[in-house]
Design a protein around this ligand. Sequence first.
Ligand code: TSJ
Length: 653
Amino acid sequence: MEQEYGSNSIDILKGLEAVRKRPGMYIGGTGVKGLHHILWEIIDNSVDEVANGFGDTITVTLNADGSATVEDNGRGIPVELHPEMGVSCVEVVFTELHAGGKFNNNSYQFSGGLHGVGASVVNALSTWLEVTVFKDGWEYRQRFHSYEDENGEIHSGVPVAPLKKVGKTTRKGTVVRFLPDPRVFESTTFVTDTIAKHMQDDAFMNKGAHFVLVDKRKVDDDMNPYKVEYCYEGGIVDLVKYINESKSKLFKDVIYIEDHTRDDCQLEVAIQYTDDYSETIASYVNNIPTTDGGTHETGFKSALTRVLNDYARSRNILKDKDANFQGEDFREGICCVLSLKMKQVQFEGQTKGKLGSTDARIYVEGIVVDQLSAFLADKRNWAVGDAIIDKAMTAQKARVASKKAKEIARQKSNAASSNLIGKLAPATGRKPELNEVFIVEGDSAGGTAKQCRNRATQAILPLRGKIINAEKKRIDQLLDNDEICMMIAAFGAGFGDEFNVDNLKYHKVIILADADQDGGHIRCLLITFFYRYMRELITAGHVYCGMPPLYRLSKKDQVKYVYSDRELDAAIKEMGRGYSLQRYKGLGEMSKEQLWETTMDPERRSLMKVTLEDGAMAEKMISTLMGENIEARKEYISTHADFNKVDDFQKKE
Ligand code: TSJ
């Protein structure tokens, strides 16, 4: 009886089966990323509800059975019969592909779920899903499941029964619980930190809303589950403060610009300067990060340049005869978060991370010009204005110096005979796509790596001494550093604006540092340098971290390498009595055979691929660990104590 319900809606099932056959087309892939994608999909629906003023709290619970629950206290999904489909709206949402658009279209002013694939996709990729709606004094429930038919074919997302009124309630909202199907996903384990970070981002973008994460898989000694809550009354102003937490600010307050006067678009911008030399502009459209910028960022930059040049003239800091500052002079040390909401959006580029709408440029430029000049017209804000101009003046001077340094660096890296490159043991093969370069911490480990490598495809670049912090140095200072110059010369693809990934000589750049705190620090510094000056190296997926083992367990002719403390106990048990245990304090302690078989041999090693989020995270880590603010550093270390832990290395090669 159960299986009969819904099976006459054959068209609908066909749609969901298409999802089942090609999950990658809908959610990008079936790895950890895809797994989390379906969770974001459900969360986005609650966020839309709350962002439009219905309800204020979104709770995500990771249950002990591996399922996830998302709930909000909004209006509840409509329960009435859908006029065309002949079933409840709830059922349509979960069974009809792209149902979202159908009756959601005019429900929300701006919808974040623009990249959304809809709840039906999540349903199709789940073993089971249960939705509960609390609305107008009643509680409703419906379940969906997957089953195997007599031909062994799997049908998923099938309603077990129609939506049912189960009783009275005083609650409001929607609760969705689902179990990702292990027949679809390579891994079905949700990663707490990934979800916490996503929810924190959502909290910054939706001021005043509460985001609660409960992980019932993790309980403390009193059996209380792990729980975090994020809520930022200041929204993106708080995000700017958070990013700059451990940096030295040029002025205390955050400049805030907002426009809510139009019904087709809205804008919020938050700006603060630090004494850093880097430029951080994080932009969002309908709460989706636009990692490659686009027209809204262009509009913001032109407005900033125009208003600040005008200000410098009106304050007589720029005299009649002086040339204007260049835009980049006004962006040194800037931290800016720009959040645009729009009805009609066009995204461009390979990853659809770039906004293309011309309207957005005109709109953002107009609002920022008006409001920033009004801000600077107020005498009380002249201290802020003057501090920015002051910074721009040093940036302008440095720009001239940098030009020279770049010139020199270009010559250095072109000269194959350059003595800098002497330390590199290059690969003899000529195919960049097969070649990899190991950046190895310390001369001794570097020496070992040189002995055991496969010369045809593997190059070794040993690094001596500390890597300098790319956050805190200008280009000309960076280029004074031998380590930095060696990397630029070895990769062969330039740096900064001139970086061209097509010229890369090694398609894998593998960071090989010890598995301890110091090694973690070195990884962060290198990733920060790549993030700042060779970003495409990261976005195109060329950067990896090697994973050296922590222990070597042996007994007679048996050998087992252990990569994390967590695995150690199990490994010891497995080996039984009479084993001997070696703890590697660093790469330098390994013999060349050991280094080869555990860390370098492409057949046996694991690599972690570094992503753009890792880059942003590394930067935050570096500024906190190296920054002046000791309190922030203590706090950070205590909450992120072991960022080296191997458990985090989810992204295997
Ligand atoms: F994705 C989903 F469908 F599974 C889902 C939707 C999951 C979760 C956790 C929440 C939701 C959701 C949907 N929360 N709130 C809503 N709201 C509506 O769907 C809704 C409610 C009322 C009206 C209306 O016009 O009265 C319109 C809509 C779209």
